[in-house]
Design a binder for this molecule. Sequence first.
Ligand SMILES: [Zn+2]
Length: 413
Amino acid sequence: MRDTDWTRLLNWPGYLVYRHEISEAEKTLKLWVRRKRSHRKLVCSKCGRRLSEGAIHEVLEREICDLPWSEYRATVVVELYRLRCPECGVKVEKVEQLPSKAPFSKRFEEAVGQACESASVRQVARRFGLPASTVRAIDLRYLERWQATRPKPVLREIGVDEIHLGKKTKFVTVVSDLVTGEPIWMGRERKQETLDAFFQQELSAFRCERIGAACVDMWEPYTNSIREHCPNCRIVYDKFHVMQHANEAVDEVRRAEFFRKKGALREVVKGKRWLLLSRWMHLDGTKKGLLNELFRLNRRLLKAYLLKESLSRLWNYTYEGAMLNYLNKWIDQLKWQRLPAFDRLALMLANHLEGILNYCRTKVRFGVVEAINANLKSLLRRGRGYKNLRYLLLKARRMVATNTEFIALQKAA
Ligand SMILES: [Zn+2]
């Protein structure tokens, strides 16, 4: 085969093969390439400025790994220039197929990145014969390049939530765009300073002003930060977070009853935690029967469960007055119940009334934050070792953009 054939098969625009070496024993193919004479465009890799041939400082060679050819591992030795850029000093030229300093061609990185979308890092590492850490680094660069090409839509509604990443990293704050359904930022911890950093480092004052609503939990550090940075933002308390607090109250009643009761009754309460935290409409006949049996024996648990169920109907109201009326009635009926966990919940709701009623003024999409949370958790379950938050964030964004799991999740909900 002639070098022109090798050039055609390699298909690197602007480059030709001038030497090749095949080792049948080691199953390797090595190609030496340099620019075609017609290809004169020289670009500084740092600033992207176009430079003339006079700027060539020196010639060097770089060896990189390309896509395999049949059974052969392919290495390409590229001849490239170091250029004297008036802006940046001596820098290496920009070459389409060399996206980073790492020894891989762009299309090789693309293949690895694409493989990482449907398989775990460990599986991809085995397939390409690379260490897992290298695969992660390639995948991260692949995602960064993808993200860089995407438009940045105006942020109108945001969600802010915390997610627990395990014992070491602990809590991470996640900011999401409720309109696109994508997570857009992550920061360690869940303090006011954490969210401050997002507004200060990621957004201009102008972009902060355009945020019209934020969907959050009743968590002071976040709401303080939002009030400080986004003058036109309405804070809306997320239904799912409020219901989480209601579930905690039910759980507290369950635990209290569990310890109070002895013998047979204790056995009935035991192991019903999950059932008590489920919505009635999501349970089948057998499970409803189990709960009914429990409620026959324990009125207090029945009350707690009914209170939780009725609270979830609060968001069916679209008029502020009607919503307020319903909430007041709900709080009123607690008076005779002697359920301290619910008294505390009622106080909490009363103290955050404005943000609950705000839902009538701005109908934010409630499910988004939960879906993003679930996506992140499924990534963490499969991936492990997301020490790099940026990697986790891009992975989750890609997941939403490619839509796969996100739609599956919406269908399941
Ligand atoms: Zn430059």
